[in-house]
Structure formats: structure tokens, C-alpha cells
Design a protein around this ligand. Structure first.
Ligand SMILES: CCCCCCCCCCCCC/C=C/C(=O)SCCNC(=O)CCNC(=O)[C@H](O)C(C)(C)COP(=O)(O)OP(=O)(O)OC[C@H]1O[C@@H](n2cnc3c(N)ncnc32)[C@H](O)[C@@H]1OP(=O)(O)O
Length: 360
């Protein structure tokens, strides 16, 4: 006659359930019963002491329901017992000393707060599904995604051309390449930045689900520098600062646009997501500092040439130099940087919000 042995049993809990994992392979003749708050298990199978009859019983700390669900796999038997009342138990069994065959199931182990988080996420997911099923599907979704994909592809190609061109010229010509960046790159940058106006139009028309203000600040800020400070003043064309402005812009865009492109076709590439939501941290301030340098360098040129100066009534003098507008713009620029930096920081946190799990 076979002697009954005790298998290794692993446990974990949630607010509503107890999970037991019995280490018994090829289990047969399973008998699992809950009576008077005590679970009794017996089965034949291959356990720690080879092929044998295995069994154990556990008196639970608090009341549980009598219906038990179990699933037997080739390697183990998984049992789920439902708690009578939702709550967190400080231990599994009535007896304070843990039975020797019982241990925590590290694969499923969560502490109370993590289990609450898991529960909330499940509820949120269910809510989302029920809300989504009530929202009518957008009939133009395919068209919108196709348009956005093409837009992002064109911008990606444009900024990649700029980035590669500038990098190659930097390697070949060294610092000399700083001085004619505008002549070689400006046409492509004009094209990309005119097209970037769509980044304000898209959220305004609801094609992209994001705010209008951050892209407005971004596009207005860049286009002001590109078309007015650099574009209008020929004296600015050969300044090295142009190199730093264009390089900062293109470095960020060669990751941002492919990230959007892949998002349009529901592909998420972790490294690209990380790059899109990380490299703006050094690049945004550096880009804005380079832009501020260009604005400051342009002030005396506007003063001397009188370009874009505002004519004043005779009594007040001849004209108001555009450099006064630039003083105001410098303040707005750092305000814009602050607003967008905060916006991008929030977007980053939303994207990388992770649940922390502890295993004991
Ligand atoms: C009248 C206004 C006056 C203002 C005053 C002016 C002063 C301004 C001075 C400011 C100076 C700024 C000048 C700029 C300098 C530089 O660029 S320096 C170089 C570094 N630059 C950067 O790092 C900035 C890069 N730009 C951006 O990141 C964006 O343009 C942004 C607007 C700042 C971010 O915006 P947002 O779109 O809200 O965030 P995301 O998380 O990327 O997107 C949210 C969701 O929208 C989807 N989406 C967005 N765009 C697209 C798209 N083109 N195609 C497809 N999908 C898009 C995106 O996927 C997200 O969707 P979910 O994943 O569903 O959330």
C-alpha cells in the first residue's frame, strides 16, 4: 500500500482570492474539498518523493467559499479559493506557525498595495472597454492615420536629410561647416517648418488627440527664428549659431517623427519611445539657448539696418527698432520653454508610468 506524502505547496493572495500551486506533475484522482473552512487535497502523481499518493490539509485564517476551482497541468495543480469577504489576510492559515510544506509563490506574489493597484488597473481596463464599446467608431480613422503617416514620413525624410548632411559636412569640413550651414540647409528647413504648421492644425481639427498650445508655441517659436531672425537678415546667414540651432532641431525630429509614424500603424518600439521622450531633456534647453544667442546677435543688426522697424508719429521720433520686439520675444521664449518643458515632462511620465512590484 502507498504511503501518503505531503507535496510542496506555494501560495499567494489577492483581495478576493487565494492561489495555491501544488507541485505535483501528472496528477490523477484529484480530490479537492473545502469543508468548515479547511481545504483537503489528495491526488496521485509525481512529487518531490517520486510517484506516490500526496495529500495535505489547510485550515484558512478567515472564512472562504466552499466552491473551489482548479486546473491540473503536466507540472502542477493550480487551485483558486474565493474569500468569503474581500480583504487582506496577514497569513494564510489559522495556526500561527506556517506548515513546513507551505511557501510563498514568488511568481504571483504581490503585497497589499500592489494588489490594490492591480485591481484598480483591471477595473479601469473594464471601464475603458465598456466606454470604447459605446463610442461609435470614427469612419475616417483609416484616412486620418494614412494622412498622418505620410506627413510624419515626409518630415522624417526632410529632417534626416538635414541631420545627415550636417553631420557629414561636420566630419569633412570641421568647424568650417558652421559658417555656411544656412546656405546648404535653409531650403529644406524652410520646407519642413512650413509643413510643421500642420502640427497646430492637426490637434485643432481633432486629427491628433493633444493640446494646441504646445505645438503652437513650438512652431511659432521655431518659425520666428527661422524666417525672421535668420531669413530676413543676411548678416545672420554665416553665423555659427545657425549650425547649433539646426542641429538641435534635427536631432530631436529624427526620433520624434518615426515614433509618430510607427504609432500610426500601432507599432511601439521601446527604444524609439524612450529616445523620443528623453532626448528633448538636454536638446530643448540647448536649442532654445542657441535660438536666444541668435536673437541677441541679431539685435544690433536690426538697430543698424532699420529692417522691420516700426514707423512712429513724427512727434515721437523716426521709428521703433525691431530689437525692442526682440527683447519682449526673449522673455516669451523662456516662458514658452517652461510651458513646453512641463508639457513634455508630463507626457513622458504618462508614457513611462510603471507599476512597482515587490517579490518576497
Ligand atoms: C502665439 C504663441 C506665442 C508663443 C510665444 C512664442 C515663444 C516661443 C518660444 C519657444 C521656443 C521653442 C522653439 C523650439 C526649439 C526647439 O525645438 S529646440 C530642439 C528640441 N525640441 C524639442 O525637443 C521639441 C520637440 N517637439 C515636441 O516634442 C512637440 O512638438 C511638442 C508640441 C512639444 C509635444 O507635443 P505633443 O504632440 O502634445 O506630445 P506627444 O506626446 O508627442 O503627442 C501626444 C499624442 O499625440 C500624438 N501625435 C502628436 N503628433 C502626432 C503626429 N504628427 N502624428 C501622429 N500622432 C501624433 C502622439 O502619438 C500622442 O498620442 P498618444 O500616444 O495616443 O498619447
Amino acid at each position: 500500500m502507498m504511503q501518503t506524502l505531503t507535496p510542496h505547496v506555494y501560495w499567494a493572495q489577492r483581495h478576493g482570492e487565494i492561489y495555491l500551486r501544488v507541485e505535483l506533475s501528472d496528477a490523477r484522482n484529484l480530490l479537492i474539498l473545502v469543508e468548515e473552512n479547511t481545504l483537503t487535497f489528495s491526488a496521485q502523481g509525481h512529487g518531490a518523493k517520486g510517484e506516490n499518493e500526496y495529500g495535505f490539509s489547510l485550515e484558512f485564517l478567515k472564512p472562504v467559499k466552499t466552491e473551489v476551482s482548479h486546473r491540473s497541468t503536466q507540472r502542477q495543480v493550480n487551485i483558486t479559493v474565493r474569500k468569503q469577504e474581500h480583504g487582506w489576510w496577514e497569513r494564510l492559515t489559522m495556526q500561527e506557525r506556517k506548515p513546513v510544506f507551505l511557501a510563498p509563490d514568488f511568481d504571483r506574489w504581490l503585497d497589499e498595495s500592489d494588489a490594490e493597484l492591480e485591481l484598480r488597473e483591471k477595473e479601469e481596463k473594464l471601464n475603458r472597454i465598456s466606454v470604447e464599446s459605446r463610442i461609435p467608431k470614427d469612419p475616417y480613422l483609416g484616412l486620418k492615420k494614412g494622412y498622418l503617416f505620410m506627413y510624419n514620413l515626409v518630415q522624417f525624410l526632410g529632417f534626416s536629410w538635414i541631420f545627415v548632411n550636417m553631420t557629414v559636412r561636420l566630419f569633412i569640413l570641421g568647424q568650417d561647416s558652421f559658417y555656411d550651414t544656412f546656405h546648404t540647409i535653409a531650403d529644406m528647413m524652410y520646407f519642413c517648418q512650413i509643413l510643421a504648421v500642420l502640427e497646430v492644425v492637426n490637434p485643432a481639427l481633432g486629427i491628433v488627440q493633444t493640446g494646441v498650445v504646445p505645438p503652437l508655441i513650438q512652431v511659432f517659436g521655431r518659425n520666428f527664428v527661422l524666417f525672421i531672425i535668420l531669413g530676413v537678415l543676411e548678416d545672420m546667414h554665416n553665423k555659427p549659431v545657425v549650425f547649433f540651432i539646426f542641429y538641435a532641431w534635427s536631432c530631436i525630429e529624427i526620433f520624434r517623427y518615426p515614433f509618430y509614424m510607427l504609432a500610426c500603424i500601432d507599432i511601439k518600439w521601446t527604444l524609439l519611445t524612450w529616445l523620443r521622450y528623453t532626448i528633448w531633456m538636454p536638446l530643448y534647453p540647448l536649442g532654445v539657448i542657441a535660438e536666444a544667442v541668435a536673437v541677441i546677435q541679431s539685435m544690433p543688426v536690426f538697430d543698424e539696418t532699420g529692417v522691420l522697424s516700426v514707423p512712429l508719429p513724427k512727434a515721437l521720433g523716426l521709428s521703433l527698432s525691431f530689437s525692442y520686439v526682440l527683447h519682449l520675444y526673449l522673455v516669451l521664449m523662456f516662458l514658452g520653454l517652461f510651458i513646453n518643458f512641463r508639457h513634455l515632462y508630463k507626457q513622458r511620465r504618462r508614457r513611462f508610468r510603471t507599476k512597482k512590484r515587490k517579490a518576497y
